[in-house]
Structures are given as structure tokens and as C-alpha cells.
Design a binder for this molecule. Structure first.
Ligand SMILES: Cc1ncc(COP(=O)(O)O)c(C=O)c1O
Length: 484
């Protein structure tokens, strides 16, 4: 069958040939990405003109369109799957995750209503329960939902905490509350919480930013003081957010102590473990996250350390009723075939309505790698982080953060303090401009440091050595310049 009259479909032969060609390109990319520049030169004119090269008045063939986009992405993006991308928490996506996204796009299951995609909804529920169990939640109590990422999961956490504390909030809104709710997170927490405060109508002032200690973990005494001051001033503390692996320096808040505070103060405890949560797969890395089981809810992103394509986040909770309280709704136009089957329609259980089969990438990845595969991935990356610390120290760099996660912040303390910011920015700029690695700069206690994170399960010792060589040579270049 061909539906060429719309140009929207291809005949079988064309589909096969495009598919084979594309798979070959994807495989070539995965095999050779280590040989391309990690980041592009940011030539805005060239990029804009490339983006606009295809005209919608004069359609091109499928092959031309595919060639165009593969070339564009090869030339004009930071290659997060590159083994020397030492960047933010963007992984090299594993192959089964990529295949899962293709399957999802082709079958296009609609997960809003259980009866429209029962197998997909049940697979997601199965995966969520298995992940929740890894965090120490009991199977009977645990519930959750896949999200587009950590930001949506954090927004879900704020909403569920509000609903849990203030049952009238859902119907009558903030106006119905006698006191203004406030929540607490460290100065190092993710800024999606700021957006969540805005989206929920609380306003950003309601997010109390608690100072961090020298290792960028939340200062528990400062938290207690702030809660006491808020109560005295007539506010209604309701939510405490701990971070299990901060975005900047991989700091893990003292979750056990924060769980005690939350219990004493009657606060909902949310742990944003978007990245660091993967430590639960490797018992030796788990120590600082052990108390995560005491959290009322958790954010965890599979598109970070679990190496699946974006976007695959999760919101997990040990309060079975709370997603229903926050999101239940009836709509006449929604399918009714599942009524009476004792199953949950995801549109009544989450922010999203139409819903993509997000969980499939994790299901297929876990089904083929198993927990053991992930244990090895997490261990390998943590080991590469340690290797990087060793190599840096050997070359007279000083590591300035302290974490079990493979996030390494460092500087050269031999450089006079007043010139260090400039020095760090020069080294980072040189490394990125070289196209041989991608690193960034992060402020450690108001002092900029270089930041390199092992985000890729393919990153090997030789990549670590190459990075340190690159840094050493940029440093030598700067010193020479100075001497001249
Ligand atoms: C700790 C933490 N929370 C939340 C987020 C936001 O996650 P996403 O980008 O998946 O929405 C990030 C992103 O890096 C993060 O590091």
C-alpha cells in the first residue's frame, strides 16, 4: 500500500532502504563519535542558514531530508555521547534505549488512558515499582509516574506536598490557606524548584534557600533556624527538598539528618536524586543515600546515569494515594473501556495528559543489561572519576569538592587567588575551543573551579589521560604567556 498522495508515508521498499541507511548512520555515529570535535564552533550565521536550508514549499526526498539532519547534528551540536564530553548529566544513550524510542514512535501508544495502551501502562508500572524497590520503598506502598525529566518530577513533588499538607489547596487554591506555605532547599539545589514555586502559585520567595556548608551540602542548623523563624512569623512550612547529587559539584545533602528534621517538623521530605540516585545500584556508593528510603518522594532521571535517551524522568512516592489526590479528574471524552478493571488511567495520576511511552527505554535497557549491567556501569564511571582525581593530583591540580559521584571540581592553588577566576576561565575556554573535550566552570564557595563529570559509560582511562594532558598544556600556555 502506498499513501504517496500526501507525501506523508513511503512505500515498503523506500521505508526499508531509508531505515537501513539510517541505522547504518546511527551505528557509524556511535562507533566514530570519539573522533569528531566534541563541541561545534558557534557560527550563528552558518547554523541558522543550515536550519533554514530545507524549504517547505519545495519538499525534498526522504533520503535528502535524513542526510540533511544527520549532517546538521554532526556539525552543529555538543556531542554528549562523546567519551570526552565531561559535562552536565547528559549520558551516551545505550542502544536499546535508542531502539525503544524508535519503537515508541512507530507504535505511538497513547498512555493517557489505561485501556488505550494497557501493555505500555503496565510495563511502566512494573518498571516504576522495581526502581522504587531499589530505593527501599515497599512494593505495596510505592507509586510513581514517568515524567519528561527531573524538572517535571520536582514540580510533581511540590504539588503533591501541597495537596498532602493542605487538602483544600486542590479545589480552592492558595487563597483558602490561612498561612502562606514555605519550602526549603539548599543553595545548591536545582533551579527547576524555582520554576515549580512559580508554577504552583507560591512564588519564588516561598522557596527558602538554605546556605550550604564548605562541601556544598545543606547546613542543617541553618535550616532549623529558618524553619523556627518562619513559624514565628506565621508561615506554614510544608516541604523540605534534599538533593542527592547536586548539579554543580555532586554534593549529597545529609539525608538522614534532614529526614529527622522533616519528621520532627512534620514536613514532606522530597529527595531530588535526579542524577545521584543511580548510586543505589552499587552498594559501596550507597552509604550517603541510604536514608533515601525515608523520603516521602524522590526524583530520579533515567536519562542521566541510566544512560537512556532524553527525556525519561521519574517521580516516586511511598504515599499511594497522593498522585490521585493531586491529579484525579474525570472527562467525558476519555475512553471508558477500562472502567471497572481496577486499573489506573495515567491522565488521572500525573501532570501530563497525552502520554508517550517513556518507560520503554528503561524497560528494554534493564531487560538486556539487567541490574548487574547497571551496577557495572555505575562502578566503572565512579572508578573513572577516581582515576581523574588521581591524574589531576599527580599533575598538581587540586580537587576542591568531595563526593563519591564522578563529578570532579578542581583548580590550581599555586595560581594567586586574585587571578584564579581568569585562569580557570582561560583553561576551560582552551579545552572547549580545542574540540578535544568539553568541561565547564562551577563556583565552589564563590571561587570558580573547573568541573569535569564522567557521564559516559564508554569513557576510559585513555580519555582521562587525554583530558589531563589537554589541561596541562593549556596551563603551560598560560604560564608561558605570562612569562613573556
Ligand atoms: C539535581 C537535578 N535535579 C533536577 C534536574 C532537572 O532535570 P531535567 O533536566 O531532566 O528536567 C537536574 C538536571 O541536571 C539535576 O541535576
Amino acid at each position: 500500500m502506498t499513501t504517496k498522495k500526501f507525501n506523508l508515508d513511503l512505500d515498503r521498499e523506500e521505508r526499508m532502504s531509508i531505515g537501513e541507511e539510517l541505522l547504518e548512520r546511527i551505528n557509524d555515529y556511535m562507533g566514530s563519535v570519539g573522533g569528531v570535535r566534541v563541541s561545534p564552533e558557534l557560527d550563528v550565521d552558518a547554523i541558522v542558514s543550515f536550519a533554514q536550508r530545507l524549504s517547505f514549499e519545495h519538499p525534498v526526498s526522504a533520503q535528502e531530508a535524513i542526510d540533511h539532519i544527520v549532517e546538521g547534528l554532526t556539525r552543529f551540536q555538543v556531542h554528549t555521547p562523546h567519551p570526552r564530553y565531561f559535562g552536565l548529566y547528559n549520558p551516551r544513550p545505550n542502544y536499546m534505549g535508542i531502539m525503544a524510542d524508535m519503537v515508541t514512535a512507530a507504535f505511538n501508544p497513547q498512555l493517557a488512558a489505561w485501556s488505550h495502551a494497557p501493555i505500555a501502562v503496565e510495563i511502566e508500572q512494573y518498571v516504576l515499582k522495581e526502581i522504587a524497590a531499589q530505593f527501599g520503598y515497599s512494593a505495596e506502598a510505592a507509586d510513581g509516574t514517568f515524567t519528561t525529566g527531573g524538572a517535571e518530577a520536582n514540580l510533581t513533588a511540590v504539588l503533591t506536598a501541597l495537596i498532602h499538607h493542605f487538602p483544600s489547596y486542590g479545589k480552592e487554591g492558595l487563597r483558602s490557606l490561612k498561612a502562606q506555605p514555605v519550602m526549603y532547599a539548599s543553595a545548591e539545589s536545582h533551579h527547576s524548584l524555582v520554576k515549580a514555586a512559580r508554577s504552583c502559585g507560591l512564588g519564588t520567595d516561598s522557596l527558602r534557600i538554605i546556605p550550604a556548608d564548605s562541601q556544598l551540602r545543606m547546613n542543617v542548623h541553618a535550616l532549623q533556624r529558618q524553619i523556627a523563624a518562619d513559624r514565628a512569623a506565621g508561615y506554614a512550612p510544608c516541604l523540605l527538598i534534599a538533593t542527592g547529587g547536586t548539579t554543580g559539584a555532586g554534593a549529597i545533602d545529609p539525608i538522614g539528618e534532614l529526614a529527622d528534621v522533616a519528621e520532627d517538623e512534620g514536613l514532606w521530605l522530597h529527595v531530588d536524586a535526579a542524577y545521584g540516585g543511580a548510586c543505589v545500584f552499587a552498594p559501596e556508593l550507597m552509604e550517603q543515600l541510604r536514608d533515601i528510603r525515608r523520603a516521602d518522594s524522590i526524583t530520579f532521571d533515567a536519562h542521566k546515569w541510566m544512560s537512556v535517551p532524553m527525556g525519561a524522568g521519574m517521580y516516586l512516592t511511598r504515599h499511594r494515594e497522593v498522585l490521585h489526590q493531586a491529579f484525579s479528574i474525570t472527562a467525558d471524552y476519555m475512553p471508558k473501556e477500562g472502567a471497572g478493571l481496577n486499573r489506573v488511567d495515567p491522565f488521572t495520576h500525573s501532570i501530563q495528559w497525552s502520554r508517550r511511552f517513556i518507560g520503554l527505554k528503561l524497560y528494554l535497557s534493564l531487560a538486556t543489561a539487567g541490574w548487574e549491567g547497571y551496577r557495572r556501569v555505575v562502578r566503572h564511571q565512579a572508578e573513572m572519576g577516581n582515576r581523574l582525581r588521581q591524574e589531576l593530583t599527580r599533575s598538581n591540580w587540586t580537587v576542591v569538592n568531595d563526593t563519591v559521584l564522578p563529578v570532579v571540581c578542581f583548580t590550581d592553588i599555586r595560581v594567586p587567588e586574585e587571578s584564579r577566576a581568569k585562569f580557570v576561565s582561560f583553561i576551560c575556554g582552551e579545552a572547549v575551543r580545542s574540540g578535544q573535550a568539553w568541561i565547564s566552570v562551577y563556583d565552589m564557595n564563590q571561587e570558580p573551579a573547573l568541573r569535569a563529570c564522567i557521564t559516559n559509560y564508554e569513557t576510559a582511562e585513555e580519555d582521562i589521560i587525554a583530558l589531563v594532558r589537554l589541561l596541562n598544556s593549556a596551563r603551560a600556555q598560560m604560564m608561558n604567556k605570562k612569562e613573556r
